[in-house]
Design a protein around this ligand. Structure first.
Ligand code: HT7
Ligand code: ZN
Length: 859
C-alpha cells in the first residue's frame, strides 16, 4: 500500500484562485462542469504539469482556454495535463451518480435529497481538482434541478441569484467570497424547511441563521438554534472571533459518516446532532447537540479562516476546536461535570488507542488513508495538549497567543508548528520541549512517591512514556500537574502548586508539615497522563469527601474503585482484603449520597463506577469476563449495602418535575443510577421501579434509563417495555437507533442472541451509518458479549466489517479497533481475535481504510 509521509510535503505546483461549478442535479446522473482558473505557484516545481486528483470519476469533456483538449493522460486516479503557460482556464465535465454513492463521500443522496461531504478527500469524487487543503479558491456555484424534487438549493457563502428554468426546473447561484480549500465545499438540494433566527455581531452585522430539516422535523430544532446563537456570542466574548458572512445555514441529514461538517457558511449535520425535544432526546443528546453545533461553528475560525496546510496537521483545527467546544460547554453548564465527562471520554476512547496497535502522535507522521486519522488522539488528546498550554500560560496570556495565531495566519493554510510558535510568541512561553507532545504517541505514566521527615514533605515524580508502534524510545515530556497537599490535622490544603515535570525524575519539597500530608495531584486533570498514585484507601476516601477540586474528588472515588477491581480481577484479594476494599468504597459512596453540599449533577458523576475499558487499561493481559463479573459483583454489593439509600434517592428524584435546569437534570441522572445499583442487588425491586419510571416518563432521559435497566434483566416487563418503545417511536429513526443500542449493549446474558435477531430486523440496514453504529458499536463495547469465550462476538464484528466494507469503507474501518486490541487480551481470546483479523486480511478488494487498520492491527 502507498504510505504518505509527513516530511514529503511539497508546495502545490498549481494554484486555483477561482473556480465555477455548474451542477445539473439529479439523483442518479448529475452533470458537473468545473471551470478552474489555474496559475503556476512560484513555490512549486518549475514546468510541472497540472495534476488533478480524481476518485471514481471519468473525464466527460475537457477544454483548456476555450479549446477542446485531447492531450491529457490519467496517472492512476490523477488527471495530468501539460500546460505551456503560467495561467490557464481549464473546463472539465464529469457525470456522477449520487444514488450509487453508498460511501457517503462526495455528492450523495440521502432520503431523496442531495448533499455533499468533502472532508477529507471527497471533492475528488465530484470533479478533478488539486484536492489538498493548501489550495484555496473562491467558489461560484450554479445549480439547476427539478423544482418539485429539489425546491431548496444551497451552497457556501451568499445567494447571488435564482430563477425558474425550462421544464419544471429552477436554478440558483451562490458565491463564497472567502477563499477556501475544496474540503469545505458544500451543496445541498432537497425538499427542506427552515427554522430561522438572526444574530447581530458585535460590530453590528446582522446574520441570518437557518436550520434546514425535512418537513416535520422543524419542531425539534430550537435547542440547536439556541446553541448556535450562544456559540456565536461566546466566540466573540472569549476568543474575539466574529462571524464573517451575512448568512449561516445548517442542514440536517439522516445518512452521514460522522457527526457534522463545518463547510463554510453551510454546515451539514448528522440529524443526531440537530434534532432534540424532551420526548425523543435525552440529556446527553441535548449536550451533544450543543457541543457539536458549537464545534462546527467554532471551525469558522479554527479550521476555515485558518486552515490546515496538509492532513498531518489535522489536530491544528480539530484539537483546538475540541478544546474550544469543551470550554464553551463548561461555561454553559457545570464546568466540573463537563471536565469529568471529557476525561471519561478520553480514558475510554483515547487511552486504549494510545496503548494499542493504532497509536499515533496527535500530529501523525504517515498514513495510508487519512479518514482513519479522525481519531480520539487527534481530536481529544489534541485538545488536552492545547489545554496544557492554557495551564502553563494562564487564560489571559493564552488569549494573547491565540489572537496572534489568528492575526498571523488568517487566510492561510497553517501547520501545528505555526500554532505552537504563535502561542509561544503571544503568551511568552518557551514550548521547545513541550513540542514533544506533537511528536510522541503513548500516554505518559507518572509514578508518585510522597515521603515525610521532620517538617518536610518530599514528592518524587518519575515519568515514563511507553513504546508505541514505530517509536521504541521516548524522551521525557513536559507534564504540568496542579497539586495540593492536605493537612491531616485541619483537613485543609495549603494552596495549589503548579508542578511542571520536565525530566525523567524530579523531586519537590514542601515545608511546614508536622505529619505526612494527603496528596491531591493532577487536579482538574491538568495533564493527560496516568498517575500511579500510592495514596492509601483511607486518603482516597478523605479526598473523595473533602477535596476542594471537584475533579479530584471524582478521581479519588474512581481510583478507590479501580484499585479494588484491578486487584479483584487479578485474583489478589483474599476475603478480608475484599471486605476491606468494599467497605472503603461503600463508605465513600455513602458520604457522597449524604453530602448536602453536593449538587445532584456532580453527585451523579461521583456515583458512576469506572468503565470496563478503563479498568482493562490497568491490566495486562485482560480477562474481560472477569472484569464484568467483578464490577457487577461490586455493584450488587453496593446495591445491597446501600439499598435503602438507593430507594430513597429514587423516590426523591422521581418527584422532581422535568426541566432543563441543572437540578432537574441532576435528579434524572441519579434516578437511573439508583436503578443501576438496585438491579443486580434486588432485581424484582429494580424491575418494579424501572417499569414505573418507564410508564411515568415524560421525557427520554427517564424512559431510556428505565429501559436500559430493564434490558439487562429477564422478564415480561422487559419485553413489554421494548415493544412499547418501538411502537411509540416507530417513525423516529434516531429513537429507533436507541432501541437497537440498548439491546446490543445490555447486561443481559443472552445479548449475542439478541444482537443476531436485531441484525435481521426489518428496521436494520447497513446503508445508514447511525443504524450500523447503534447496533454494532454498542455490541463491540459490550465487553461480556463481544468477548464471549466462544469467539462468536469477534466473528460477528469481522462479518460486519466484510459486509459493510464494499458499502462504506470509512465506517467499516471504525470496527477494526475493537479486534485490534488482541495483544492485551488473555491468550485464548487473543488467538480468536487475531484469527478474525487474518480472515478479514485474506479478502481481496478491501478498501484502503480497512486494509490500513487491519494491517496495523496484525503487525
Ligand atoms: N471536520 C469534520 C470531519 C468530518 C469527516 C471526516 C471523515 C469522514 C467524514 C467526515 N465528516 C466530517 C468534522 C469535525 O470535526 O467537525
Ligand atoms: Zn472538527
Amino acid at each position: 500500500p502507498q504510505v504518505i509521509q509527513r516530511l514529503d510535503y511539497r508546495a502545490p505546483d498549481w494554484l486555483v484562485p477561482d473556480i465555477t461549478l455548474e451542477f445539473a442535479l439529479s439523483l442518479d446522473a448529475t452533470r458537473v462542469r468545473a471551470t478552474l482558473d489555474v496559475e503556476r505557484n512560484a513555490e512549486g516545481e518549475t514546468g510541472a504539469p497540472l495534476r488533478l486528483n480524481g476518485d471514481g470519476i471519468a473525464v466527460a469533456g475537457l477544454e483548456v482556454d476555450g479549446k477542446a483538449l485531447n492531450d491529457w493522460r490519467m496517472d492512476g486516479n490523477d488527471l495530468v495535463i501539460d500546460l505551456s503557460g503560467d495561467k490557464h482556464r481549464v473546463v472539465i465535465e464529469t457525470v456522477i451518480n449520487p444514488t450509487a454513492n453508498t460511501q457517503l463521500s462526495g455528492l450523495y443522496a440521502s432520503g431523496g435529497m442531495l448533499c455533499t461531504q468533502c472532508e477529507a478527500e471527497g471533492f475528488r469524487r465530484i470533479t478533478f481538482f488539486p484536492d489538498r487543503p493548501d489550495v484555496l479558491s473562491r467558489y461560484r456555484v450554479r445549480m439547476i434541478a427539478d423544482k418539485a424534487k429539489f425546491p431548496v438549493l444551497l451552497s457556501n457563502g451568499n445567494p447571488v441569484a435564482s430563477g425558474d428554468a425550462h421544464k419544471n426546473t429552477h436554478w440558483a447561484e451562490w458565491h463564497d467570497p472567502w477563499p477556501k480549500p475544496s474540503y469545505l465545499f458544500a451543496l445541498v438540494a432537497g425538499d427542506l424547511v427552515a427554522t430561522r433566527d438572526t444574530f447581530t455581531t458585535r460590530s453590528g452585522r446582522k446574520v441570518d441563521l437557518a436550520i434546514w430539516v425535512r418537513p416535520g422535523d422543524e419542531t425539534r430544532t430550537d435547542h440547536a438554534m439556541r446553541s448556535l446563537i450562544a456559540s456565536m456570542k461566546w466566540d466573540e466574548d472569549v476568543y474575539g472571533r466574529e462571524y464573517d458572512l451575512d448568512l449561516f445555514n445548517i442542514v440536517a441529514v439522516a445518512d452521514f459518516n460522522a457527526g457534522a461538517m463545518e463547510n463554510k457558511g453551510l454546515n451539514i449535520f448528522n440529524t443526531r446532532y440537530i434534532l432534540a425535544d424532551p420526548e425523543t432526546a435525552n440529556d446527553g443528546d441535548y449536550d451533544a447537540v450543543e457541543g457539536v453545533v458549537a464545534h462546527e461553528y467554532f471551525h469558522n475560525w479554527s479550521g476555515n479562516r485558518v486552515t490546515c496546510r496538509d492532513w498531518f496537521q489535522l489536530s491544528l483545527k480539530e484539537g483546538f476546536t475540541v478544546l474550544r467546544d469543551q470550554q464553551f460547554s463548561a461555561d454553559r453548564g457545570s464546568a466540573p461535570v463537563k471536565r469529568i465527562e471529557d476525561v471519561r471520554i478520553l480514558r475510554a476512547a483515547q487511552f486504549p488507542e494510545d496503548s494499542g496497535p493504532l497509536a499515533h502522535p496527535i500530529r501523525p507522521d504517515s498514513y495510508q488513508e487519512i479518514s482513519n486519522f479522525y481519531t480520539a488522539t487527534v481530536y481529544n488528546k489534541g485538545a488536552e495538549v492545547i489545554r496544557m498550554m492554557t495551564v502553563l500560560a494562564g487564560a489571559e496570556r493564552f488569549r494573547k497567543g491565540t489572537d496572534l495565531y489568528f492575526d498571523r495566519h488568517d487566510g492561510q493554510a497553517a501547520t501545528c508548528e505555526d500554532f505552537v510558535k504563535a502561542i509561544e510568541d503571544g503568551a511568552g512561553l518557551d514550548l521547545t520541549q513541550f513540542r514533544r507532545w506533537y511528536q510522541q504517541a503513548g500516554t505518559p505514566h507518572v509514578a508518585v512517591t510522597l515521603t515525610h521527615a521532620g517538617e518536610t514533605a518530599t514528592l518524587t515524580l518519575r515519568q515514563t512514556v511507553p513504546a508505541t508502534p514505530g517509536q521504541p524510545d521516548k524522551q521525557p515530556m513536559v507534564i504540568p500537574l496542579r497539586t495540593a497537599l492536605f493537612d491531616r490535622a485541619t483537613g485543609a490544603n495549603r494552596g495549589e502548586h503548579l508542578l511542571v515535570l520536565t525530566g525523567e525524575e524530579q523531586t519537590f519539597t514542601f515545608d511546614g508539615f508536622a505529619e505526612l500530608p494527603v496528596l491531591s495531584i493532577n487536579r482538574g486533570f491538568s495533564a493527560p497522563v496516568a498517575i500511579d498514585n500510592p495514596s492509601s484507601d483511607a486518603d482516597l476516601v478523605f479526598l473523595a469527601a473533602n477535596d476542594d477540586d471537584p475533579f479530584a474528588r471524582y478521581e479519588a472515588m474512581q481510583q478507590l474503585v479501580v484499585r479494588h477491581l484491578v486487584a479483584a480481577v487479578g485474583g489478589q484479594l483474599d476475603d478480608a482484603a475484599r471486605s476491606a476494599g468494599r467497605a472503603a468504597i461503600g463508605k465513600a459512596l455513602a458520604a457522597v449520597l449524604a453530602d448536602p453540599a453536593l449538587d445532584d449533577l456532580m453527585r451523579g458523576e461521583l456515583v458512576i463506577l469506572p468503565g470496563e475499558t478503563y479498568i482493562a487499561e490497568q491490566l495486562s493481559p485482560v480477562d474481560p469476563g472477569r472484569i464484568r463479573a467483578e464490577r457487577e459483583a461490586l455493584k450488587a454489593w453496593l446495591g445491597t449495602t446501600l439499598a435503602s439509600e438507593w430507594k430513597a434517592l429514587h423516590d426523591r428524584t422521581s418527584a422532581v418535575p422535568y426541566g432543563l435546569e441543572a437540578a432537574a437534570r441532576g435528579a434524572r441522572k441519579l434516578k437511573t443510577q439508583a436503578l443501576v445499583y438496585l438491579a443486580p442487588a434486588d432485581p424484582a425491586e429494580a424491575v418494579a421501579r424501572a417499569s414505573a419510571q418507564y410508564a411515568a416518563a415524560d421525557n427520554m432521559t427517564d424512559r431510556q434509563g428505565a429501559l436500559m435497566v430493564l434490558c439487562g434483566l429477564d422478564g415480561a416487563e422487559r419485553e413489554a417495555a421494548l415493544a412499547d418503545f418501538h411502537q411509540r417511536f416507530a417513525d423516529n429513526a434516531l429513537v429507533i437507533d436507541k432501541w437497537f443500542s440498548l439491546q446490543a449493549g445490555s447486561l443481559h446474558p443472552r445479548a449475542i442472541e439478541h444482537l443476531k435477531a436485531l441484525a435481521k430486523h426489518p428496521d436494520f440496514t447497513l446503508t445508514n451509518p447511525n443504524r450500523v453504529r447503534a447496533l454494532y458499536m454498542a455490541f463491540a463495547a459490550n465487553t461480556a458479549a463481544f468477548h464471549d469465550p466462544s469467539g462468536e462476538g469477534y466473528r460477528i464484528i469481522a462479518d460486519l466489517i466484510l459486509a459493510l466494507d464494499p458499502i462504506n469503507g470509512n465506517v467499516a474501518a471504525r470496527f477494526v479497533a475493537p479486534l485490534g486490541r488482541w495483544r492485551k487480551i488473555e491468550p485464548a481470546r487473543a488467538a480468536l481475535m487475531r484469527a478474525e483479523l487474518e480472515r478479514i486480511a485474506a479478502h481481496s478488494g478491501l478498501s484502503r481504510d480497512v486494509t490500513e487498520q487491519v494491517g496495523k492491527s496484525l503487525e
